[in-house]
Unconditional design. Structure first.
Length: 334
């Protein structure tokens, strides 16, 4: 099947090829009615310009690929998939095309960023919860507009957007305390995870404020389902002595719930109350109905786009502390 070209659209309408090109060029001079007529014909004939080729042929200082790279480091955590879905939808709704880059190891990061510059991406959103923020200095050297999610830059040179994870921990503690529970525990994800550490600190501070100075901390080492299940099995006797547990992620909570139901014979919530953190779509599934602290993913995506648009407008962002958006308690069955 022959691929439809701009010349085919021009011939179909009896116009010049340059007229068709102007209809697809941002900011080009063309009458609105003619542009609409050309776009309608292009849709009817099945024509779409090669935006990547056009970018390569445009002087670099004016080039706009409309590609935005989203770097993700851990797809074993469903929150990453959920956040990517929301980010990509926000970008597409604003005329941008998301480009997924899956980073498996810290050593992949520099290579991936160098390759992104070859694709002439307009910007980078790094879901960086488990990656060292210092690695993103390569973006600054390459003049790539960059926003990080989940980990802050201690030098405040890179815009960072996060959930207020300290508040997330406080909300979880308040909910458990409101039920009259005092024998409480926390399951930590990565020990170097900024979010997990902040959630633990918030949880602990709220308990201390009410006179509860002792709680049990379990170190899962990861945020995934199997880590939560393993904690439930390995520490079953300690867990039996508790009334409530706050998990650093929903996925840890799912694993813990299944270990309680399938191995330990612990009734949820009859004998043990469990709270997760993230509010991934699975949390509302009938099999779990997980009470959780919801991250404001849509607000995070909107703020990330706002920051990128500011950088695209050639405005200098003054160094500032990370933006921390408030989470929300979602009460369900557990």
């Amino acid at each position: 099947m022959k691929k439809i070209t701009a010349s085919d659209v021009a011939s179909h309408l009896g116009l010049s090829r340059s007229s068709v090109s102007r209809a697809f060029t941002e900011g080009a001079s063309i009458a609105p009615k003619q542009k609409a007529r050309i776009l309608d014909a292009a849709k009817e004939l099945g024509y779409q310009p090669n935006l990547f080729a056009r970018t390569l042929s445009t002087p670099s200082q004016k080039a706009k690929s409309h590609l935005v790279a989203i770097l993700v480091s851990d797809f074993s955590n469903p929150y990453q998939s959920y956040l990517f879905e929301v980010l990509s939808a926000a970008l597409q709704n604003n005329g941008k095309m998301p480009m997924l880059v899956n980073i498996n190891r810290d050593t992949d990061l520099d290579t991936a960023i160098l390759r992104l510059s070859g694709y002439q991406v307009d910007g980078v959103i790094a879901v960086a919860g488990s990656l060292p923020v210092q690695s993103f200095e390569q973006c600054l050297k390459l003049k790539l507009p960059l926003v990080t999610l989940g980990r802050s830059d201690p030098n405040h040179m890179i815009p960072s957007i996060q959930t207020d994870n300290h508040l997330a921990g406080k909300l979880a503690a308040r909910h458990l305390l409101s039920k009259g529970l005092t024998q409480l525990g926390y399951i930590m994800g990565r020990e170097d995870g900024e979010a997990s550490i902040a959630r633990h600190a918030g949880f602990r501070s709220e308990l201390n404020a009410t006179g509860i100075n002792i709680h049990t901390t379990f170190f899962a080492g990861r945020y995934g389902y199997s880590a939560g299940f393993e904690v439930g099995v390995r520490h079953s006797e300690d867990i039996r002595r508790l009334q409530g547990i706050f998990c650093a992620s929903d996925t840890l909570a799912f694993g813990l719930i299944d270990s309680c139901n399938q191995v330990n014979g612990i009734s949820i919530p009859g004998q043990l109350h469990i709270i997760g953190c993230d509010d991934v779509p699975m949390a509302s599934w009938q099999g779990y109905q997980l009470t959780t602290i919801a991250q404001p993913v849509h607000a995070i995506a909107e703020m990330a786009l706002h920051y990128l648009e500011t950088l695209w407008a050639d405005k200098t962002l003054a160094p500032s502390a990370p933006i921390r958006l408030p989470p929300e308690l979602m009460v369900r069955r557990t």
